[in-house]
Design a protein around this ligand. Structure first.
Ligand code: GDP
Length: 358
């Protein structure tokens, strides 16, 4: 592949799946691995999201260099921290999804449950590509775990009968996905990732298969979503995850910025309980690393600007009525305001009607 000069932003990854199938455990493992493998100075902290820099992905995926020889151009992966159904529905934007890619976590011994099937249908409708993390492989009877090993190596070391059991479970997932209209296959047997959903056997508990999962997420997003990931220099667009009162800061909103650049003092428009809120950003805040000297007494560091994709907190007047799940747009100038307002109003009417339907 030729090295291009196009700068790419980090893909936004959401984690979905049935309750108890292991979303939180898997995210914790990814976060833990990231913290351990980071060099000092690589520390970036986000609100509502975890950033895994490319340097970490490369370290974790090192044993797979021959399998996935892609040179990474994306700066990393941004995982939305709150896994689950409800958040996923909040991450919808007009006609699509803020998620660039999803991981569908499924307990390999249980298969897809009703709720997960609904998620798959939404992914299909919104055309969000996804990988299946077939989780809890350490619970397959007879499986001998090797902490943090690649799936490929761990699998080779199992007995033939254990390997067969795993493949039977994978096959059941393949059948379930076929019923939903998807071709799927264990990732190492997939020839064309645009036609097949890759199933990656993992264990959130032992870390087995994490190398392959991260390498595939990074490789596939970069390869197939390049135009979507191109950095846009324009005004920021985002989605509100949470509205919170913070001591000393008043009402704040936690936001995922998926496009453009956000600056201090920008005028923003967002959905509110009683219609569109138009206000000015007082502070853009990131959680302050402990050793940072600029730390405010509130535990956040104020920054002047940030570009997508990122998880940040915003403080400013009038945010107490902000609505979680609604979009937020930077308003470039007065003339743009009516247009932006109209977009948000349309969205608000949809949020109100479909709040519990997804
Ligand atoms: P969530 O509801 O999808 O976020 O699921 P959790 O991450 O809370 O996991 C549910 C339960 O399954 C917890 O008791 C976890 O310890 C356990 N669990 C999650 N992943 C694994 C795994 O890979 N192996 C095993 N043995 N247990 C797991």
């Amino acid at each position: 592949m030729t090295q291009s000069n196009v700068r790419l932003r980090q893909p936004i990854v959401v984690v979905l799946g049935h309750v108890d199938h292991g979303k939180t455990t898997l995210l914790d493992k990814i976060r833990g691995t990231t913290v351990v493998k980071k060099e000092p100075g690589e520390m970036t902290q986000e609100v509502g999201a975890s950033f895994v820099p490319t340097s970490v992905i490369e370290k974790v995926a090192m044993p797979l260099k021959n399998l996935i020889p892609i040179k990474l151009e994306i700066p990393g992966l941004l995982f939305i921290d709150t896994p689950g159904h409800e958040l996923f529905s909040n991450l919808r934007k007009r006609g699509g999804s803020v998620a660039d890619i999803a991981i569908l976590v499924v307990d390999i011994t249980e298969g897809f449950q009703k709720q997960t099937i609904e998620s798959i249908e939404i992914l299909k409708e919104k055309r969000v590509p996804f990988l299946v993390a077939a989780n809890k492989i350490d619970r397959i009877p007879g499986w001998k775990s090797i902490e943090n090993e690649t799936f490929s190596k761990s699998f080779k070391l199992q007995t033939t009968s254990v390997q067969k059991t795993l493949d039977n479970y994978v096959y059941k997932l393949v059948m379930q996905l076929a019923e939903l209209g998807f071709n799927a296959e264990r990732f190492d047997r997939v020839r064309d990732f645009t036609k097949y959903v890759a199933i990656v056997p993992v264990s959130g508990k032992t870390g087995e298969g994490l190398s392959e999962l991260l390498a595939l997420l990074a490789g596939l997003t970069q390869q197939y979503l390049k135009s979507r990931l191109r950095i846009v220099e324009g005004p920021a667009k985002g989605v509100i995850l949470e509205v919170k009162e913070e001591q000393g800061l008043g009402h704040t909103i936690d936001v995922i910025i998926y496009d453009g650049i956000l600056k201090k003092n920008d005028t923003i428009a967002l959905g509110g309980l009683n219609g569109v809120i138009v206000t000015k950003i007082r502070n853009i805040l990131l959680p302050a690393p402990l050793q940072d000297m600029r730390i405010s007494k509130y535990g956040y560091k104020s920054i002047d600007e940030i570009s997508a994709a990122a998880g940040i907190k915003i403080s400013g007047p009038g945010l107490e009525e902000a609505l979680a799940g609604s979009s937020i747009y930077v308003v470039e100038n007065e003339e743009k305001l009516p247009e932006v307002k109209k977009i948000i109003e349309e969205e608000l009417s949809k949020i109100r009607f479909s709040k519990d339907s997804v």
